[in-house]
Design a protein around this ligand. Sequence first.
Ligand SMILES: Cc1ncc(COP(=O)(O)O)c(C=O)c1O
Length: 371
Amino acid sequence: MAEPGVPYFDLKAQYRALEREILAALERVCRNATFASGPEVEAFEQAFAAYCETAFCVGVNSGTSALHLALRSLDIGRGDEVITTPYTFIATAWAVTYTGATPVFVDVHPATRTLDPAGLEARITARTRAVLPVHLYGLPADMDAIQPLADAAGIAVVEDAAQAHGARYRGRRVGGLGRLAGFSFYPGKNLGAYGEGGAITTDDPALAARCRRLRDHAQSRRYYHDEVGYNYRMDGFQGAVLQVKLAHLDAWNRRRAALAARYTAGLAGLPLRLPSVPEGTQSAWHLYVVEAERRDALRAYLETEHRIATAMHYPVCLHQQAPYRHLGHRTGDFPVAEALAAACVSLPFFPEMTDTELDTVVAAIRRFYAG
Ligand SMILES: Cc1ncc(COP(=O)(O)O)c(C=O)c1O
């Protein structure tokens, strides 16, 4: 009989476990007709701010919108520069571009795959207004090194926490480490909506108020607009679903950490670079990404011989994407990011994954390198 295979990801199992709670939450939105913004979103915002240990949370319609508004709230715009890494999902850079500012890339560190502070100072100019480190795959960026450099230059740190709900850095939750943070609730995230969603967290009341206004057409009063705003509101269904799911996030993250530890033990000794978590840091383990020798052959083998699905986050660096070619970078400018793009494999990984499924993946990878 053919092997059952292992999916890369499965949201249906999570729904089956939560079905009654989710349907009750959705029904409440329908009955109360609280479809756009409203009490469900406000209740979620309060719960998520408490979870992130921040004073404020502003719910929006995507992680991209969250990052865009976070930068807009700081009055970043045309002529400004924002430093980030070329090894992230492209929306990190979109947020900068949407403001009219220019993204400036700094390579990532090979061990953490997050912004390498060693390259940061040299890229700060008189135009730099913010640093946008990405907590990639759930691992908090090296904030202790980044923040003093930003402070010395008088620029803000804005966290891209889209992949890191619940991660901790020196005991503190991500979301409260910089001036503002942007989260994504895209369905596949550690905390995923039933549609699109995102949020900004901050401790600054003025920035929170500005984000709240900007997401709702920049209205101070109904039909009175102070500046150019956006329709970036979170919808009521997402607020209701996210309240249900937030209560399970820590348990899911613990399961992710256990799965990651099992992968790391099982894959030791193979020609793979495995993820590592620095002292004092607690990853949210959004993805389990290895760098593999003969990456494409490995992926093809897993798929065709074992029906094991894998993915790549990310196969092309941002400086090599068409919208950012005008920045004038060449291959070789960001060697760590480029090497990662050439070798990364995201292994099957989701909280409902069984130990048996994980062991099947490990055994198949061992067979590939043995033969
Ligand atoms: C690192 C990172 N930044 C930003 C985003 C944008 O979030 P969204 O897809 O919700 O717009 C994502 C997720 O897709 C992401 O992974």
